[in-house]
Design a protein around this ligand. Structure first.
Ligand code: PMP
Length: 439
């Protein structure tokens, strides 16, 4: 089976005339999978997409994470419609904001106080400012391969060595800013200890995705977060968790309140950045944490952060509705069970065709790296076969299965995926791997 997409190609040519690179986020381009026109979608419902050429796809991209209830979920759509009918933006506080704040706090007890913003980028950027205001220090430690949005400070890459001062990962980020960031390999406590020993009294915060979603799905090794928190506090710095992908992804709560971590008190962060799922598919971000740290924020404290669109009734209403859907019994267990089926079948097909595939599954999400070694950090994720991935990606797309166009991105299940979707995907993947093996 092969799908033709003449209208997508035509629209891409047009988009290139008006929108830089033809896309409004570089991750949407097909640059990492050999180039060409990305698919232009026109409609989405449940676990399915329809493109402008009327081809149907099963969606595992899920908008890079926010879409966990499937597209156009009636409960969320009704909430957005109600919000739109009542006016989408007031520039005043609303009762809805209190409701979503309460829901977040009851699911994530480390949030004494929260503030809503418009994106994960803003949320992370502000946690760094708040940590700097609180500690009166300026350096940040982050982990290689963890993505924290596109603000200057976190757009830095590692140099060589176990713990290094960052180098700009983007033109336009001054070296002086990248020099405020220290990069350490994920899961490497030795590297973290070395960084803290060398720069500890200048470090405002250690920032980490407690469960990584940005170089595939990667769990912290047992004891990693516990020791990270202990060492960070000993150095007088704050722990910031970037849970923009992970919160409400694996269970109703944040990654750090998930049952795989036996001692939750030992891994509690000072600040947490949120986004994606908590907006039910509309733009949102939030950050929150310990009361005395959050009280650094204006109007209470000296750290300034503001937003015309922040807490807008449409995003907040969609977020409340999305979390309500996720509170229903069994939703996570169901996504988990479907992901097990799919991941196991992928592994089985890869074994039978002799194509190395390493799957990291964490409940309803997983990554599938073309390699034959474990993926526990960014170096290992880089050392995987991008060409095989690109081939697989296109073979899947041509059979109506939509994955993210990058070997680093995860597959996401939603509450809308069905047994039939999984069966069709298993069949398509088997076919793709068979073609790739030349069989
Ligand atoms: N943090 C993490 C962990 C993310 O995955 C992302 C986006 N993929 C961001 C922050 C940035 O969020 P946004 O794209 O909403 O600005």
């Amino acid at each position: 089976m092969s799908i033709s997409r003449p209208r997508s190609e035509q629209l891409y040519a047009e988009a290139l005339q008006h929108i830089v690179g033809g896309v409004n986020s570089p991750s949407r381009s097909f640059k990492a999978v050999g180039g060409g026109a990305p698919v232009f979608m026109k409609r989405a419902q449940g676990a399915h997409f329809w493109d402008v050429d009327d081809n149907r796809y099963i969606d595992y991209l899920c908008a890079y994470g926010p879409v966990i209830t499937g597209h156009a979920h009636p409960h969320i759509t009704a909430a957005i419609t109600r919000a739109a009918e009542n006016g989408t933006l007031y520039g005043t506080p609303t009762e809805l904001e209190i409701e979503l704040a309460r829901m977040l706090k009851s699911a994530i007890p480390s949030l004494d106080k929260v503030r809503f913003v418009n994106s994960g980028t803003e949320a992370v950027m502000t946690t760094i400012r708040v940590a700097r205001a609180y500690t009166k220090r300026s350096k940040i430690i982050k982990f290689a391969g963890c993505y924290h949005g596109h603000s200057d400070l976190v757009l830095v890459a590692a140099g060589s060595g176990p713990s290094t001062l960052g180098i700009p990962d983007s033109a336009g980020v001054p070296a002086s800013i990248a020099g405020e960031v220290i990069t350490v390999p994920f899961n490497d406590l030795g590297g973290l200890a070395q960084a803290l020993q060398r720069w500890g009294d200048e470090v405002a915060a250690v920032m980490v995705e407690p469960i990584v979603g940005n170089f595939g799905m990667v769990m912290p090794k047992p004891g990693f977060l516990e020791e990270l928190c202990r060492m960070t506090r000993e150095a007088g710095a704050l722990v910031i968790y970037d849970e923009v992908i992970s919160a409400f992804r694996f269970h109703y709560g944040s990654a750090h309140t998930y049952d795989v971590f036996p001692d939750k008190a030992a891994i509690e962060p000072d600040l947490t950045a949120l986004g994606k799922i908590i907006g039910g598919g509309l733009p949102i971000g939030a950050y929150g944490g310990r009361k005395e740290v959050m009280e650094q924020v204006a109007p209470l404290g000296p750290a300034y952060q503001a937003g015309t669109m922040a807490g807008n009734p449409a995003s907040i209403s969609a977020g409340i509705a999305c979390l309500e859907v996720l509170q229903a019994p069994g939703v996570y267990e169901r996504m988990d069970a479907l992901a097990v089926q799919l991941a196991d079948a992928l592994k089985q097909s890869s074994l039978s065709y002799g194509i190395p595939l390493e799957i990291n599954r964490i409940r309803g999400s997983f990554s599938a790296h073309f390699c034959s070694h474990p993926v526990t950090n960014y170096d290992e994720a880089q050392d995987t076969d991008g060409e095989l991935f690109a081939q697989f990606f296109r073979l899947m797309l041509d059979q109506g299965i939509c994955l993210a166009p990058s070997k680093y991105e995860a597959w996401f299940l939603t509450t809308a995926h069905t047994e039939e979707d999984i069966a069709a995907t298993i069949q398509a993947a088997d076919q793709a791997l068979k073609v790739m093996a030349g069989k």
